[in-house]
Design a protein around this ligand. Structure first.
Ligand SMILES: NC(=O)c1ccc[n+]([C@@H]2O[C@H](COP(=O)([O-])OP(=O)(O)OC[C@H]3O[C@@H](n4cnc5c(N)ncnc54)[C@H](OP(=O)(O)O)[C@@H]3O)[C@@H](O)[C@H]2O)c1
Length: 279
C-alpha cells in the first residue's frame, strides 16, 4: 500500500491530509518537535498567532533543511485582529515571526460578531491578493456561517478547521463543506489523548497491529478529512505518521462513527451569538 500522504483538494490548493499540530508547544519546545516531524515525513504544520510559537515553528522549519515550498504551513488570525487594517498588520507580523514570505493557509481562528464578517473577509482577501498567503479559510465556523462566509468572500474559502474525533459528529458541516468545495481539518483529532483508552478503538487496532491513536487518525483521513495531531513525544510523532499502510473496513468505519455522543465536544468556546450544528 502507498506510503504517500493523500492530498486533499481545498479551494484552489492541495493540503496534505496529515499535519503536525503545535498548540501548547511553548517556550521553545516547538523547535525540535517541528524539526522531528519534518524529518519523519510530515509536510504540513499548523500554528496560530495565539499559540505564541510562530517564531519557534519557523526555526524548526529552517533547522529541518526541508525546502519551504515542500511544506504546507498554516497560521490563524486571532479574534482581536478582525478589523480592516488590524488583520493585514497581524498577517505581516506572523510572516515576520515565522521568517517566511508567505504562508499556505491563513484562517480566522474563531467566528466573532464584533467585526462584520464582510469587513474581515475583505481584509483576508486583500492579504491573499498581496501574496502573503496562498489560500484563506476559517476555523470553528458552523455550516450556516461557513455558507455566509463563502458567499461574502471573493476568493474561495479553502478550509474550515473544527474539532473532530470519534466522540463528535460533524455530518451537517461536512455535507455543506463538500457542496462548497471546502476541505475540513480536524483539530483535537485524538480527543486530546482520550482515544487511547477506548475499548472499541483498542479492539480494532489489535486486528491491524495499530494503536487506538493510529486507528483514529486513519478513520479521519479515510473520510477525506485532514488530521493535525499534536504530541511532545518524539516516538508518538512517528506513531501518528505511521497510518498509511493499512485501511479500515466499512464495518470498522461505522463502528467508530457510532462512538459519537451528545456531550463529546471538548472545546466549546463558540461566541454565544452563534450555534453549533446539531450533528
Ligand atoms: N482551530 C482551533 O481552534 C484549534 C483548537 C485546538 C487545537 N487546534 C490544533 O489542533 C492540534 C491538535 O489538537 P490538540 O492538540 O488539542 O489535541 P490532540 O492532537 O487530539 O491530542 C493531543 C494530546 O494527545 C496526546 N497524544 C498524542 N499522540 C498520541 C497517541 N498516539 N496516543 C495517545 N495519546 C496521544 C498528547 O500527549 P503527549 O504530548 O504526551 O504525547 C496530547 O496530550 C493542535 O495542536 C492545534 O494545532 C486547533
Amino acid at each position: 500500500m502507498s506510503k504517500l500522504v493523500p492530498a486533499i483538494r481545498s479551494g484552489d490548493v492541495l493540503m496534505p491530509a496529515l499535519g503536525f499540530g503545535t498548540w501548547q508547544l511553548e517556550n521553545g519546545t516547538a523547535v525540535p518537535l517541528v524539526e522531528k516531524a519534518l524529518a519523519v515525513g510530515y509536510r504540513h504544520i499548523d500554528t496560530a498567532q495565539i499559540y505564541g510559537n510562530e517564531r519557534d515553528v519557523g526555526a524548526g522549519i529552517r533547522n529541518s533543511g526541508v525546502k519551504r515550498d515542500e511544506i504546507f504551513l498554516t497560521t490563524k488570525v486571532w479574534i482581536d485582529k478582525f478589523h480592516d487594517g488590524d488583520l493585514q498588520r497581524s498577517a505581516e507580523k506572523s510572516l515576520e515571526k515565522l521568517g517566511v514570505d508567505h504562508v499556505d493557509l491563513l484562517l480566522l481562528h474563531w467566528p466573532k460578531p464584533e467585526a462584520p464578517l464582510a469587513e474581515t473577509l475583505k481584509a483576508l482577501n486583500e492579504v491573499q491578493s498581496r501574496g502573503l498567503t496562498r489560500a484563506i479559510g476559517l476555523s470553528n465556523f458552523p455550516s450556516a456561517l461557513l455558507e455566509e462566509a463563502a458567499k461574502l468572500s471573493e476568493a474561495p474559502i479553502a478550509n474550515d478547521q473544527v474539532e473532530y474525533h470519534p466522540y463528535l459528529s460533524i455530518k451537517t458541516l461536512k455535507a455543506k463543506a463538500d457542496a462548497l468545495g471546502v476541505s475540513i481539518t480536524a483539530w483535537s483529532p485524538l480527543a486530546q489523548g482520550k482515544v487511547a483508552q477506548d475499548p472499541v478503538l483498542v479492539e480494532i487496532g489489535r486486528a491491524h497491529g495499530k494503536t487506538p491513536g493510529q486507528v483514529t487518525l486513519r478513520w479521519i483521513i479515510q473520510q477525506g478529512i485532514i488530521a493535525i495531531p499534536r504530541t511532545k513525544n518524539p516516538a508518538r510523532i512517528e506513531e501518528n505518521f505511521d497510518i498509511l499502510d493499512f485501511a479500515l473496513s466499512d464495518d470498522e468505519m461505522t463502528r467508530i462513527h457510532a462512538l459519537a455522543r451528545p456531550d463529546g465536544r471538548l472545546g466549546d468556546w463558540l461566541d454565544k451569538a452563534y450555534a453549533w450544528d446539531a450533528e
